[in-house]
Design a protein around this ligand. Structure first.
Ligand code: ACO
Length: 325
């Protein structure tokens, strides 16, 4: 018995902030941001908004498309590092919002790899026969964790949520293989402490630079490219699939230069790589499921296509999945 994604959904906060908007806050330019990252705009949380609302919206869309009610789920797994509480988990708050007592609900903290991690854990547990219907969500609000005076990081991140309903199913479709990797040795390349403190872009409370996202960008760039290339090759080999057979790769949308470098090393042409980083920025754990949902909506994925998901993020963590759609 394997597992298959039967429906997806996505949602963002209401406010889109363009690169031009950012030039009013810091010494940057549309040209710099686009040429170094591929980002043109991102959605950010405003004071009074809740990421829980955004994640619940994405989840409800996915459930509706799957033709399931929350009460029919067996588990909720949320890839996030943006819980508003130290505890309870984001997943428990989402469970309450969706009305899905008393199934297990828990977070998987793997930063930008959060959705790949949560999806893999869901697949492993469904293969073991534990669950039949699982809601997997990736959601983050890293814009509330940046120092808005630090142009090196503040321009990169956006907020949002993506959700996928997975069902256990025999047969050739679904998740073919998953591979997860971590390297705590590199924890200090991307980190943030005191995640309980929220400082949306428009709030008067400013996050102190000590409590804001710390990133060693150039080092991270190199490791992200190398690790995503390696894990993509390994997960394909594990699934018995040749890279050239992959129809579409839906990578973590951190930076267009990272995405292009990984695709080039894998020998995949641009038409086989889905990107939407220009409109969302780096939404951390939300980035892969938001991209997957858009790829489906725009018919870039069709039944029986071979799809690869991959990501790398703080931890460091990285991972990939191969799916037969
Ligand atoms: N606007 C204008 N100038 C800027 C900006 C900005 N927003 N940010 C930095 N600069 C300047 C710097 O101050 C520096 O100027 P200086 O040499 O006078 O000091 C110059 O641009 C070059 O800075 P670098 O940091 O060397 O720029 P680089 O070309 O490495 O690009 C970037 C920086 C985009 C952050 C790149 O390192 C990167 O993409 N790293 C990966 C980071 C990432 O994606 N993190 C997300 C999480 S990890 C993941 O998801 C995989």
């Amino acid at each position: 018995m394997g597992s298959r994604i039967v429906a997806t959904g996505r949602a963002t906060p209401r406010t889109a902030v363009t690169n031009h908007d950012l030039t009013r806050l810091m010494a940057t330019s549309d040209d710099w941001i686009r040429s170094r990252t591929g980002i043109g705009q991102r959605y950010v949380m405003r004071t009074g908004e809740s990421l829980l609302d955004v994640a619940a919206e994405a989840s409800r869309i996915a459930l509706k498309r799957a033709g399931l009610s929350a009460g029919e789920l067996d588990a909720i797994m949320v890839g996030t590092v943006s819980s508003e509480y130290g505890f309870p988990s984001f997943a428990c708050l989402l469970q309450e919002r969706l009305g899905a007592d008393t199934i297990p609900a828990f977070d998987v903290a793997a930063a930008c790899s959060g959705f790949i991690y949560a999806l893999s854990v869901a697949d492993f547990s469904m293969r073991a026969g534990e669950f039949r219907r699982v809601l997997v969500v990736g959601t983050d609000a890293l814009s509330t964790m940046v120092d808005w005076n630090d142009r090196r990081t503040a321009v990169l991140f956006g907020d949002g949520a993506g959700a996928a309903v997975m069902v256990s199913e025999p047969g050739p479709r679904g998740v073919l293989s998953s591979l997860l990797r971590s390297s705590g040795r590199h924890w200090d390349l991307l980190s943030v402490r005191a995640t309980g403190v929220r400082a949306p872009m428009d709030s008067e409370v400013r996050r102190s630079s000590d409590d804001a996202i710390k990133m060693k960008g150039p080092e991270l760039f190199k490791i992200a490219v190398k690790s995503m290339e390696e894990v993509s090759r390994e997960v394909a080999a594990r699934a018995g699939v040749k890279l050239e057979e992959v129809h579409l790769i839906v990578p973590h949308q951190a930076n267009l230069r990272i995405i292009n470098a990984v695709a080039e090393r894998l020998g995949l042409p641009p038409e086989k790589v889905f990107t939407n980083v220009d409109r969302y920025g780096n939404t951390s754990a939300a980035s892969v499921p938001i991209a997957l949902d858009e790829a489906l909506e725009t018919k870039r994925i069709r039944d029986n296509d071979l799809i690869m998901l991959n990501a790398c993020g703080g931890g460091l963590t990285w991972g990939a999945n191969i799916l037969r759609w």
